[in-house]
Design a protein around this ligand. Structure first.
Ligand SMILES: [Zn+2]
Ligand SMILES: [Zn+2]
Length: 451
């Protein structure tokens, strides 16, 4: 059994043996319930085809008109990039940079990296130097690509403008919508194990690690590395021998960093909601909109589903996320043993929902780009947008710096103590797993249709 037949759960740090998986089946952590692996049939060909289609759609989405705005005989046309340009011109460069990165650069880079990683696999032969680093970057970019959130932003913007003008969709919009689904399908079809299996391992790691020796798990390629066999770089950092990512038992200074980011986000949440995010000039009159008044506007126009989306995404989610993170931080610092599995689930939720708060930032971007008719009608981004954008980014970073394995450390200490006290007796506490023994990961059979 080589090292890569073992998995160290990235959410609770339990060492487990990977079960053989049928096509479509997946392995689940026996302790915290997170998914460890999924067998995706014909992953290479399917992902490659989707990535190629994605590149074509991406090129169309970025070179043709996206939306046109027609009002009293005048027309403005926008491309995806126009909003970024206009925000920069209005002195909101920070917001422009975030919008550019999340709606254009990250998805584009993801597709390019995916091709760069999968093509050499498909063509066979030797892998190019730096190959694992490319795939590592791809993985890092995934949470920052937010085209699906941008799409909701387009819907909200179009509804906001229906009173004022006629909005005509351009060819880029159609490619953009298809691209969202293609990129999501490519991510779902991709089985990272087919990539990592091709990266050669040092001979020592092809043998079975001694379960009594301490091991480190790589967060990126999930290789289990015995501590003595981990290599150190010139600065003394322990590196993964397969993907070269830094290895650490827990994310470095996780609690301090997460607290700092949470507090910064909480402070900025106040001006983000008090200051207007944009001002609308129509026929010489100027009116400012905060995030909340934007929700009220949608409600007054009987668009309650969109009002609910914007309220939940922009007001409720950031606050909920900060409250959950504070609860998790306090529970870890007080050594709580309360429902570790549910607390891990809470963490998973905060990681998944944060990006949806970007909706309002995209709405401002799209409106600014579309409505540019001077005194007749124009929309300016205001200070609230900068604060709000900072809140979203800070809460996302906070969720990323928090290490869910800390939730399990108090129980792990109990297990260590019990092991010392009644050596030889079975001490199955929360997991049914005896200390020093490698657990078998749970196996979930494929459901009929996807098999
Ligand atoms: Zn786990
Ligand atoms: Zn690695």
């Amino acid at each position: 059994m080589p090292s890569d037949a073992l998995t160290l759960c990235h959410e609770c740090d339990l060492l487990q043996r990977n079960p053989p998986l049928p096509p479509g089946g997946s392995a689940q952590c026996v302790r915290c319930g997170c998914r460890l692996h999924k067998h995706r049939p014909d992953s290479l060909n399917r992902t490659l085809a989707l990535a190629l289609a994605g590149i074509v759609l991406f090129a169309i989405a970025n070179s043709f008109p996206f939306l046109s705005f027609q009002m009293q005989g005048q027309t403005t046309q926008t491309t995806l990039f126009t909003g970024v340009q206009d925000l920069t011109e209005q002195g909101k460069g920070e917001v422009a940079a975030v919008v550019f990165f999340t709606s254009i650069l990250a998805p584009g880079l993801q597709l390019a990296l995916l091709l760069a990683v999968l093509l050499p696999l498909r063509l066979g032969g030797r892998l190019p130097p730096g190959y694992p680093t490319l795939f590592r970057w791809f993985k890092t970019l995934v949470p920052w690509g937010m085209m699906d959130v941008f799409m909701i932003g387009i819907l909200v913007s179009v509804v906001k403008l229906t009173d004022m003008a006629t909005i005509v969709p351009g060819p880029a919009l159609f490619s953009f919508v298809v691209l969202i689904f293609v990129l999501a399908a490519a991510q779902a079809a991709l089985d990272p194990d087919i990539v990592w299996a091709r990266v050669p391992l040092p001979p020592a790691l092809r043998r079975r690690p001694d379960p009594s020796q301490p091991v480190l798990g790589c967060d990126v390629c999930e290789l289990v590395v015995p501590v003595q066999q981990a290599s150190r770089d010139r600065r003394g950092h322990v590196r993964c021998p397969r993907c070269n990512d830094r290895l650490h038992r827990r994310k470095p200074r996780s609690l301090q960093r997460t607290w700092a980011l949470v507090i910064a986000a909480l402070v900025l949440y106040i001006p983000a909601n008090l200051y207007p995010v944009m001002s609308v000039t129509s026929l010489g009159r100027t009116q400012s909109d905060t995030i909340f008044s934007g929700v009220v506007f949608l409600l007054n126009h009987d668009m309650w589903p969109l009002a609910a989306i914007v309220f939940v995404a922009s007001i409720f989610v950031p606050l909920l996320k900060l409250l959950i993170l504070m609860f998790l931080l306090v529970s870890v610092q007080t050594g709580s043993r309360w429902r570790p599995r549910d607390r891990t689930r809470l963490y998973r939720i905060t990681e998944a929902i944060g990006r949806w708060s970007m909706v309002d930032i995209y709405v401002v971007t799209i409106l600014v780009a579309l409505v540019r008719l001077g005194n007749l009608a124009s929309i300016q981004a205001e200070a609230g947008a900068v604060f709000f954008c900072a809140v979203v980014i800070l809460t996302m970073l906070a969720a990323m710096t928090f290490d869910p394995r800390l939730i399990w450390d108090a129980l792990e200490r109990d297990r260590e103590r019990d092991r010392g006290r009644d050596r030889g007796r079975e001490t199955a506490r929360d997991t049914g797993v005896r200390p020093g023994v490698v657990a078998d990961a749970g196996r979930i059979e494929p459901t009929g249709a996807s098999a």
